[in-house]
Ligand binder design. Sequence first.
Ligand code: UD1
Length: 416
Amino acid sequence: MEQFIVKGEVQLNGNVKINGAKNATLPLMAATLLSSGISVLHGVPNLRDIVMMQDIMTLLGAKISHEGNDTLVIDTTGVSKAEIPEHLMREMRASVFLMGPLLGRFRKVRLSYPGGCAIGPRPIDLHIKALERIGALVCDKFGYIQAEATELTGGEIYLDFPSVGATENAMMAAAVAEGVTIIRNAAREPEVLDLECFLNKMGAKILGAGSDTIRVTGVKRLNPAEHTVIPDRIEAGTFILAGAITGGDVIVENVIPEHLSAVTDKLREVGVKIINGVNSIRVRAGGFRGVDIKTLPYPGFPTDLQAPLLAMLTLAKGTSIITETIFENRFKHVDELSRMGAKIKVEGRTAIIRGVSKLTGATVAVHDLRAGAAMVLAALAAEGTSEIENVFHIDRGYESLETRLQSLGGDIVRVY
Ligand code: UD1
């Protein structure tokens, strides 16, 4: 098992370039299946989740190759299967994104339930309801879901919750349905807008992504397209918080500052200096105060930065309260942070954090991707050395995290 060894109390200083967004790339890869031919995606990060998606699509018959550092060339001509084996569904929940495009292209798809994950149960009822609203017949037996549609026809979809994945699946299937589909209470995340942009390059007629109502006018067929993925706002936020927790001076480059407004506004509120450039954000921190915050769908504070922010607030002056409204069980990092000297009490979906003057290095385990980022941040600021176990979770969503932190002066190495 690979580990990170981190020597703490080192200020991070310098510039770091942010990669393309994992959460935009996964649905974009899935969307290429709606056409037959060669699509090209630029700015694709080199991550475990992306490799897994690549493996699943290859199994379906796609031919995928890399050009240069970050370009994926996806040939979907030979895709003939619309069935995803159970073990792959279990390994990566994001394979649920394949449901909409495979249904759209083959009018039939079979997959197993993705199952729960470290941050709590993650049902797909909203995905299923959305596809049913545009004509899919969904049969759900023995842990398998089979969706079929002799015809997909536009319809009105109201999502009970603005689920990112359900919005994206609905957009992809509706893009090739007959007639107009309206998706209400849609997720407004930037990754949804990036998907709209790519689908429209493929020939789709979609309007409204980024707002809570999306209008999709179905077309007969889509063509392959070329696209550059938007920057990863969660990766950017993680480096910004790393700069802040170490009291450093860090410039994150290749970001869209507007995508991080909820994060930078909160940081300003606690006393961290933030300077927005056109495509960059500079963070300079001395001390910072406690704050109350709730995670919310975009444009609210992202749940994916809750754990890294919580790590930072363990060292704030005063008390902070974080309420997690998106996922049921997303405070597993709390026990590990407590081993480093943090004072945190969890009551249901709320964590009460009493700021301490220092954290102490410890051996800690990572249970999920963003909790892993939180442990790294805490270790960078802690006195002494930390050993962080289960680094593979971190590799799912951060490319070469340790080398990029080293370039900012961080004392972190990977041991095998
Ligand atoms: C996406 C992101 C993930 C992020 C999350 C919330 C990707 C690959 N992942 O995940 O990093 O944390 O958005 O911003 O883009 N829900 C249901 N039924 C459903 C679907 C969702 O009850 O059918 C619930 C989930 O359990 C969760 C909430 O809705 O509590 C939000 O989930 P959703 O927005 O769908 O997240 P994902 O698309 O899975």
